[in-house]
Design a protein around this ligand. Structure first.
Ligand SMILES: [Zn+2]
Length: 254
């Protein structure tokens, strides 16, 4: 559903613009190597949508927990001329239909950066991850609270984009990251090699009750290192992921 139509329908439903609605937590999900297997460079495959193991069921659980789901994907193949925006739009239609039909999942939006990086591989626009533009724009469009939201991706560029947007970031290590160029912004708040334990752990950290978040002003590095100061009942995200605990194994409780 387009942003404009969605905003129009929501305005009809609640009688107020998107900016006046209470903000919701959301999950930003990378596409290639995270939600689906990496796409072929030219989109020549007539059926290019192959979900990563457990991905569809995982997205369904996130939706059931009340999290809005937005897909955020770099597709520089459009700028490079490997495939057209229309071809990608058709793939997007297939993706949304299959999520609906096979997993009963309706996603909020698909945000696409069609631009190339610069000659040194850095974003030349505001939207190509690790820049946060797709996340911040989607958050504004859909009334999402970035401080209570998460980025899930298979590369440290995804992790960095989430942190730059003010969200938390977890890495689904499916082999997409090969350079491991670390910095404080690229340090994941959790690292997993499968969807199911990732969602198990993420949902333990999510409270459905909105409340003032004292962590909002904290930097990602502070989130990782500081002891949890929030213990109030119903406090959103009062339990945070501690990467050192589950880099290799998943504890039953934090
Ligand atoms: Zn871009």
């Amino acid at each position: 559903m387009s942003t404009t139509l969605n905003d129009f329908l929501m305005a009809k439903l609640v009688g107020s613009p998107a900016s006046a609605r209470p903000l919701r937590p959301g999950v930003f999900v990378d596409l290639d190597g995270t939600l689906i297997e990496p796409l072929p460079a030219d989109l020549a495959d007539p059926n290019p949508v192959r979900f990563m193991p457990g991905a569809g069921a995982a997205i369904a659980r996130l939706r059931e927990a009340g999290l809005a789901v937005v897909i955020v994907t770099n597709q520089s193949g459009i700028a490079r001329g490997y495939f057209s925006r229309a071809q990608f739009a058709r793939l997007q239609d297939v993706l949304e239909r299959r999520l609906q039909e096979e997993f009963g999942v309706q996603i909020e939006d698909v945000a696409v950066c069609p631009h190339s990086p610069d000659a040194r591989g850095r974003p030349a626009c505001l939207c190509r991850k690790p820049a946060p533009g797709m996340l911040t724009r989607a958050a504004r469009a859909h009334g999402l609270d970035l401080a209570r939201s998460w980025m899930i991706g298979d590369t440290l560029d995804d992790v960095e984009a989430g942190h730059r947007a003010g969200a938390r970031s977890v890495l689904l290590d499916s082999g997409g990251e090969t350079e491991w160029r670390l910095s404080p912004l690229r340090e994941p708040d959790g690292r997993f090699n499968a969807w199911e334990p990732l969602v198990d752990q993420l949902l333990t950290a999510v409270s459905p009750l909105p409340s003032p978040d004292p962590l909002r002003a904290a930097s990602p590095a502070q989130m990782l290192d500081e002891p949890d100061r929030t213990t109030g009942v119903g406090s959103a995200l009062s339990v945070r992921l501690r990467p050192s605990l589950f880099a290799s194994s998943i504890p039953s409780a934090l």
